[in-house]
Design a protein around this ligand. Structure first.
Ligand code: C2E
Ligand code: MG
Ligand code: MG
Length: 263
């Protein structure tokens, strides 16, 4: 019985994702705290799907279904467009945040990606230099050579690349060596219990040292407590993201004047 309810629910989600009415998707923004400048300088866009009764579904509930049904490129482009419209609105109000947008490897690697991107930049009037793409390595980039070429083309547009969920995939180091990424985002699983776990502290410290030596900026995600935040600052991490700073929120609810208390 349980299984069939689950299956029904999944089918239901699939149908709704397929219908893909734009207004079904909303973007939340999670602030990223710049430790050097002591303020919020970036936000990550996190997509939510609205149910009929206006509840927000997390990506875990629909991204896999969307992927299996070949719907990801449409969602990625929709998210990108919403993000660019937000950037434009902020720019018009003299707000200069950068936005980090998650993009699935398949979309990122597709032939028409740069062309679509240019089109959306034109349509929205957003500045490409305010944009960062987050790519997850475990999604397996198929061809490192072409991914590298793409990163170079994006760099020509002043767009930066972040390597998401760093440290959990087998090829994290190979990618770090071969791809010209600007940021690494250390996976939450290393950060969540950082304050309590000596082993995580050692691993995170070595990831930070390595990334810094390679000239990358480091973001720690999933920071939930002040003890971990302090440790990360001491380790030389550049940016903090997590519930300790702020949960993902609607754009109009962002607290852009936030400053972290120094303990
Ligand atoms: P991610 O890119 O690694 O995003 C971080 C996730 O961690 C988000 O979950 C965020 O809400 C959550 N998070 C942030 N801080 C904390 C914290 O302190 N504690 C805990 N427990 N969680 C925290 P969310 O929004 O459910 O997204 C999950 C994943 O779905 C994302 O992981 C990303 O891989 C994917 N995703 C989200 N939005 C998009 C999108 O617009 N496009 C694509 N392609 N993927 C997306
Ligand atoms: Mg991300
Ligand atoms: Mg992540």
């Amino acid at each position: 019985l349980h299984l069939s309810i689950r299956r029904q629910r999944q089918m239901c989600i699939r149908d709704r994702v397929k219908a893909l009415a734009d207004e079904r998707f909303v973007l939340l923004y999670q602030p990223i705290y710049n430790l050097e400048r002591e303020k919020i300088t970036h936000c990550e866009c996190l997509v939510r799907m609205l149910t009929d009764d206006k509840q927000m579904l997390s990506p875990a509930a629909f991204l896999d279904i969307a992927k299996d049904n070949g719907l990801m490129p449409r969602i990625d482009y929709l998210v990108l467009k919403m993000a660019l419209l937000q950037l434009r609105a902020w720019a018009d109000n003299n707000i200069h945040l950068k936005l980090s947008v998650n993009i699935t490897a398949a979309t990122f690697e597709s032939e028409r990606f740069v062309q679509q991107l240019r089109q959306l930049l034109l349509e929205t009037g957003a500045r490409s230099s305010q944009l960062i793409f987050e790519v997850v390595e475990t999604e397996a980039i198929n061809n490192l050579e072409s991914a590298k070429a793409l990163c170079d083309r994006l760099a020509d547009l002043d767009i930066q690349i972040a390597f998401d969920d760093f440290g959990i995939g087998f090829t994290s180091f190979e990618y770090l060596r071969d791809l010209p990424v600007d940021f690494i985002k250390i996976d939450q699983s290393f950060i969540r219990y950082l304050y309590k776990r000596k082993s995580d502290q050692l691993l995170v410290k070595s990831m930070v040292d390595m990334a810094v030596a390679l000239g990358k900026k480091v973001v720690a995600e999933g920071v939930e407590d002040d003890g971990s935040a302090d440790l990360l600052r001491e380790m030389g991490v550049h940016y903090l993201q997590g519930y300790y700073i702020s949960r993902p929120t609607r754009a109009n609810e962002l607290d852009l004047n936030y400053t972290m208390p120094i303990t």
